[in-house]
Design a protein around this ligand. Structure first.
Ligand code: MTE
Ligand code: MO
Length: 201
């Protein structure tokens, strides 16, 4: 048995069906950050939606916490080849917030911005997936600073670099603009099932 076969033999067919090509299941939750954790003061924290909108919208931490909440059980796939299955995220559905900014009809793409300066781009259609949320809780506990606390974007159907930690804004755009890793050669879209790992693939 080679290493891949040995790894796969530890998991059920149901679990393996959820594992995209070229990925390995991890039990622990790795931390992947391009820089240090930004210092975030909850009293000054804001999240806003701006750009191609009719009514720029923003919330304080208190207002964010008072929004209607959802819980989603899903898998996380990092382009560095680990996948973590069956994570539970809680927070606010993207559908709950996006309409409040009255997106202009020409909106096609979204750039997520984070405290610390990280950015990542997604097509609006992918952001509007039912599993996408603004999460402040993971596996039943408040999101830790290492994992993007107090709040991060979770877009689980794309590679996890699209799930911006410490998210503080969504910029709606009529045309595409690449984010941090996308500018360093990661794929513009990032679908793990078709291994959209690098641009030019
Ligand atoms: N703001 C910010 N968000 C980020 C990153 C980052 O460096 N900064 N890394 C991305 C990458 S590459 C991955 S795999 C996931 C990792 O999330 P985790 O550290 O909670 O596992 O966060 C993504 N979101
Ligand atoms: Mo990643």
């Amino acid at each position: 048995m080679d290493a891949v076969e040995r790894h796969r033999s530890r998991y059920t067919p149901e679990e393996l069906k959820r594992l995209p090509p070229g990925q390995v299941i991890t039990q622990k939750w790795p931390v992947l950050s391009a820089g240090p954790n930004p210092l975030i003061d909850l009293a000054a924290w804001r999240f806003r939606i701006f750009g191609a909108v009719a009514a720029e919208w923003s919330v304080s931490w208190e207002e964010f916490r008072a929004l209607p909440r959802v819980s989603i059980k899903t898998d996380m796939h990092c382009v560095t080849r680990w996948s973590r299955l069956g994570m539970t995220w809680e927070g606010v559905s993207i559908h709950e917030v996006l309409g409040r900014a009255k997106p202009l009809p020409e909106t096609r793409f979204v750039l997520a911005h984070s405290y610390g300066g990280y950015t990542t781009n997604l097509p609006l259609a992918d952001l509007l997936d039912d599993e996408v949320l603004l999460a402040d809780t993971a596996d039943g506990a408040p999101l830790t600073p290492d994992h993007g606390g107090p709040m991060r974007l979770v877009a689980p159907k794309l590679y996890a670099w699209k799930s911006a930690k410490w998210c503080n804004a969504l910029e709606l755009m009529p045309s595409d603009r690449r984010g941090f890793w996308e500018n360093y050669g990661y794929h513009d879209h990032g679908d793990p099932w078709t291994e959209e790992r690098h641009s030019g693939d």
